[in-house]
Write a protein that binds this ligand. Structure first.
Ligand code: HEC
Length: 154
């Protein structure tokens, strides 16, 4: 057999073996949905759902390439880490904790850290316009202040 054929076969074998290492793609049951609990205006809800829910909720829309190693490792680990930091499907009931989450959302939007560029490169529908970004930030600002005011009156 020619050398290049052996190399090609070896590469295919490695690729096939990698497919046995695909991590589990999970969507556990939603506990408390952010949109239901915090009731943002419809436009804010739509933006957050489109730009954040794939990595920060239990309603991830897994693309076909999330089944293909080694890309699957990157996508599953991003989603695991994203859910750990901020979970729109496990929104806190407690006012001060919810207000803190809103502060963090406001912060990452202000610094344009989220949604990550590597993600919006592929997911055009997750890109936020400046107006959408500002709309979310204005709402998180006001909603966090309202939650804090309500909790000190108790
Ligand atoms: C491609 C997946 C992905 C998308 C989409 C995404 N995030 Fe994230 N997000 C992550 C990951 C991974 C982390 C944890 C690592 C980090 O902080 O960079 C994170 C961290 C965060 C944090 C916590 C920062 C901290 O250090 O506590 C906040 C808040 C956040 N994201 C908000 C958002 C918001 C709001 C959106 C939508 C506008 C969004 N993210 C979209 C993957 C994503």
């Amino acid at each position: 057999m020619k050398k290049w054929k052996l190399i090609l076969l070896a590469a295919l074998g490695i690729f096939a073996a990698l497919q046995l290492t695909n991590p589990a793609r999970t969507n556990p049951p939603v506990i408390t949905d952010f949109i239901t609990a915090a009731k943002p205006p419809a436009a804010v809800a739509t933006s957050i759902r489109a730009a954040c829910y794939d990595c920060h909720s239990y309603e991830t829309k897994w693309p076909w390439y999330s089944r293909v190693a080694p890309v699957s490792w990157l996508i599953v680990s991003d989603t695991d880490e994203g859910r750990e930091k901020l979970d729109f499907s496990d929104w806190p009931d407690e006012a001060v904790r919810a207000a803190k989450k809103m502060d963090r959302i406001n912060e990452v939007l202000g610094y344009r850290e989220m949604p990550p560029k590597k993600y919006t490169l592929i997911h055009a529908d997750a890109r936020l316009t400046e107006a959408q970004r500002k709309e979310i930030m204005d709402w998180t600002d006001a909603a966090a202040a309202k939650l804090r005011a309500a909790s000190t009156n108790e």
